[in-house]
Design a protein around this ligand. Sequence first.
Ligand code: ZN
Ligand code: ZN
Length: 471
Amino acid sequence: MARSKSPRARGTGAATQRERALGPRSNGPATGDGEQPLRIIPLGGVGEIGKNMYVIEYGDDIVVIDCGLMFPDEEMFGIDLVVPDVAYLRERRDKVRAFLITHAHEDHVGGLPYVLPEFPGVPVYASTLARGLLGIKVKEHKLTSNPLLPLDPGDEQPIGPFTAVPFRISHSIPDAMGIALRTPIGTIVHTGDFKFDHTPVDGILSDFAVLARLGEEGVLCLMSDSTRAESPGYTPSERTVGEAFKEIIEPLDGRVIIATFASNIARVQQVLDAAATFDRKVSVVGRSMEQNFRIATDLGYLRYDADRIIPKDRISETDPGRLVVATTGSQGEPMAGLARMANRDHRFVEIQPGDTVVVSASPIPGNEEYVARTIDNLFKAGANVIYHAIRHAHVSGHASQEELKLMLNLTRPKHFMPIHGEFRMQVQHGRLAIETGVAPENVFIIENGSPRPAGAGRLRVRRWPVSRRRR
Ligand SMILES: [Zn+2]
Ligand SMILES: [Zn+2]
């Protein structure tokens, strides 16, 4: 099954000299034993949180993992969203064989509507829920020229000289995957966004067995989520949020409004479960959350009694003590549900004294101001607000240091590339890799657009050295 028993030894001799001279951007000749160089090129997602897009190139074939977007920060006046610079792909259009999607968060799929039109006919592979959610984008942006094909955990999908082997991973959206990509010179493991949740809400665990088997076979390069590489310990289970919801709701006799990410289906499930415990009805409010709720229900990713749900136009006539409203806007987005309710600008929900609002999210860096203003306005309107600074009704979907080390120890990669993080997070993650035994010269802290060729174990790349953590 394995293409290579273990990562290949470092090359020596004339070929090495010649390739060194060619430099990292060269499409140089095949390496000494007839192999092409393998290149990993992040077009987005390193040195930043957002617009993830990783190109993997071998000879005349390219696959792309994820195609995200990023929302602009405050200095980028007049810009609505930021997508990766795909010049590198545009110049190699005929080589692009497939887009592989790890999960349906916007920082992984949001760029597709802007990028796919340049690559007509190239298929997009995604898991069942991701395909369901992508269906909305396909319809809205008329992306019908790119087939949307199934790629679910347990599949093995050959694509040119590659084989994609997706595996199950826990994250803040169901059906999230990592992808192992077998290449002619060794296996690359891309973790996707992950944490190791041992009691996930949907009961489906990360696939430890596949990760261990990949480690056993030999992993040439691990590309792993660095979002929480600065956080010691473990990220708590998503299930702890459900307990918090129940503790918050139990003593209340007024209305409860819970704001979270529209895509966090597990969180919405826990709102439904907590409401059921206290026999409250649930109303789902907010365009993206309503869409996701419908699709997740249709595909069987949400479980609830149909009579638990009440339509939003019946909120005003429902006994406040018997109601929970799930809504969007946990990042203070001005046009989303929560901010409009706070500004008394919402058609169906007007905040009133006696309401309790739970902001079930932490502000993403850059959004703190919006979140703070929204919370202020909710208090002014008479609500009690439970938010990150007061009490945790939220956990991250990303792995902390001990989980990151477990990923490294399971896969035992020869080379390591921390991805999905700002520079300092990549550095911290690189240090964890060194602590678990990856050779310091094999840890690659790289920036968007730097190609990282790996030919017969040789790697040449513009990069920053990682120093061991000082104790
Ligand atoms: Zn994600
Ligand atoms: Zn992400």
